[in-house]
Design a protein. Sequence first.
Length: 382
Amino acid sequence: MREVYAKRWQDAGHTVTWIMRPSGNDANSQETWRGSSVYVAPDSVYRYRNAFDVGPKKGIGWLDSVWNAEGGFDVIQVRNELAAIPPVRRLAHAHNIPIVFRHSHLKAETLMLGYKDRVDGYSLVDYGKGLAGRALRDRLLSDVDAVFTISDAMSRYHQEERCVNTPMYSVPMGANTSLSTDKIDPELFCSDYGLSEGEYLIYMGSMNPLRNLEFLFEVLSIVRESKPETKLVLVGGRNKRRQDRLLTLAETHGVSDTTVFTGWINETDLHRAITGAAIGLSPLPPNEVFRTNSPTKVLEYLNLGVPAVTTRTPEQIEMAEASGGGKAVDYTPNAFADAITTLLNNPATRQEMGTAGQEYVSKNRSYDDIYQTVVDLYRKLP
């Protein structure tokens, strides 16, 4: 959002008005960001009862006031906030402008999967919310002019399995291709965590139990049988309870002394962490939810010249394997460990993959490419 809309979109002379969800008592406040107006909406814009035409008038009235203050818009894009579609739809229809829904994750299906897989923290109530949310989402997606999904796989899911007829366009994640690995020194990160450059594996991202990250502990234990110097670095996660859970599981698998948890780190340290790694990992379970994802982590690895080992989900097959920047393998500890060990034993292959991955990102997934995709799609709207 920042790179495409707050930078490139505005640098090209377009105007962006941001409407944000309220947090605490900041509803109805207004400020600016990079010269653009930012409005914090009242709760009435985000109430799910809006979808049933129960009391959306306050939200509509507030949006009308923003329209008048800004002198109107050419298109309205809603990002993941389904409850905002009904009042936005009325505003758009009143002024004959299109609505786009940006859809980046299957929230309803995630709730259902968590309960079905008996994942800690998910209950029957979550399953019910997921069922209702999925049905509501299907209906609301029919009320917009286009859906920008995170991947082709997500578009196919909505069209083929959920029978949503709204035009679907894939707008995947991008990466900052202006980064230069020559200017990123991993030494500071490595020294802070007792690591040796080029001898550790890295995973960055969510620590949600649905990700089944204990899978990586099984992988690590196999890899260390032939490469005992190998360590695993887990970057991210703000939830201490989830991190503690993984720490306990690492101890159970006998790899706690070779697993490093950094917690949430800043962007500079993240780039250092990736650049110093031998291999980047993305072990997404290839289930009905994650197979539609477009993992940012894989792009970040490839963009910084680090080969990736991933599971065989549609987007990851393209990013890692079709690009030549890594390996997409079966979701088994042995398959992952074999791919990792082979790459650890072949530094020249890792370097070749790193170069291929950078070329792929530069040609296909730069923020400039994503910006142009968005511009072209907007021009197609009715």
